[in-house]
Design a protein around this ligand. Sequence first.
Ligand SMILES: NC(=O)c1ccc[n+]([C@@H]2O[C@H](COP(=O)([O-])OP(=O)(O)OC[C@H]3O[C@@H](n4cnc5c(N)ncnc54)[C@H](O)[C@@H]3O)[C@@H](O)[C@H]2O)c1
Ligand SMILES: [Zn+2]
Length: 354
Amino acid sequence: MKIFAKNHYYNLEFKNSFQKLYKEVNNATLIIIDKKVYEILKNNLNRFKKKIIIIKASEKNKTIQTTLKIFKIFLSKKVKRDDLIVAIGGGIIQDLATFTTSIYMRGLKWIYFPTTLLAQADSCIGGKSSINFSNFKNILGNFYPPSKIIINTNFLKTLNDDDIRSGIGEIIKVHFLSGKNSINYLRSSLKKHKFNKTNLNRLIKNSIILKNQILKKDAEDKNIRLKMNYGHTFGHSLETATKNLIPHGLAVNIGLDMANFFAFKKNLITKKIYYDLNKIINLNLRKKDFKKINKKLFFSSLKKDKKNKRNFYGFILPYNFGKVDLFYYEMNSFNDEIINDYFLSIYHKRSISE
Ligand SMILES: NC(=O)c1ccc[n+]([C@@H]2O[C@H](COP(=O)([O-])OP(=O)(O)OC[C@H]3O[C@@H](n4cnc5c(N)ncnc54)[C@H](O)[C@@H]3O)[C@@H](O)[C@H]2O)c1
Ligand SMILES: [Zn+2]
């Protein structure tokens, strides 16, 4: 499949054998790999140990400090412009690999093997990097897609329930953006809880096709791609306000509900649409996902979102099934009250009842 970037396209392949991975690892100068994935593939990767950089995937490690450590290894291994870097892991490894390969010598060739549902269904395409800095989630970044992405869904077998549901969170976002048919398909597949291989494969492929259509029109977040931020304004603030206790895709999941609630209170969507979407969102959420919130941190993070303008919040909100746009609302107590109302009437209730 051809994936669109700004001035070119790159390839995405589905391969259900690990042979391709070992071949690319063999060709690579260095491999950046998630610690858990390394443990799983250890027997086959041990012989490449000297060129492997193992990183623990945690938001605390998605920092400039970690990128500096990677640059130091690039230097010590005498990496040159025509060397190949292979990255194997979820969204965190991807963000670190995108950032470091883009900066070092103004760009190294790299290949990406996404290993989480979130990365396979969503983050692997689009070419974005996002690094956390000074308590702000994803505040630094750029665009630098790999030359190739290879998806092997066998990686999903070792993910835990939270990681699967986190991936489903982004899958819900993409399907919500894509109209009624996609929403109906998503509802039935989540209701049946059919997270078997066939169903996950289909959800991944659907999500990539839908996201790629958006990338074709806007590769660099200038206009329509902003729609992919649906659920993220509130989601990032939830991550910040819980010190990253809510995994990214689940924070996006709750963030979608918050955006829909805000839209409903502003009469952009009807109560019926809000509750229809809320029921789908709830299929993927558990009581334990609603972690204790530091409201002060929540609002300070919300006020620093990249889409805001001066004294106005920039929210991606729905105005119908499958239709969203960027709306501006003044940062005042009236609008903050709607968000507080969400915490009181929905979030806190979910956190204590099942
Ligand atoms: N750059 C982008 O476009 C983009 C888009 C969406 C999300 N993101 C970022 O991606 C991150 C979330 O990505 P994620 O959910 O993939 O998280 P992650 O990379 O933290 O992985 C989640 C967990 O799964 C483990 N893991 C990875 N692969 C595994 C496997 N095959 N088997 C068992 N365990 C495995 C990891 O060690 C980690 O504990 C966030 O930081 C988010 O901001 C980036
Ligand atoms: Zn996301």
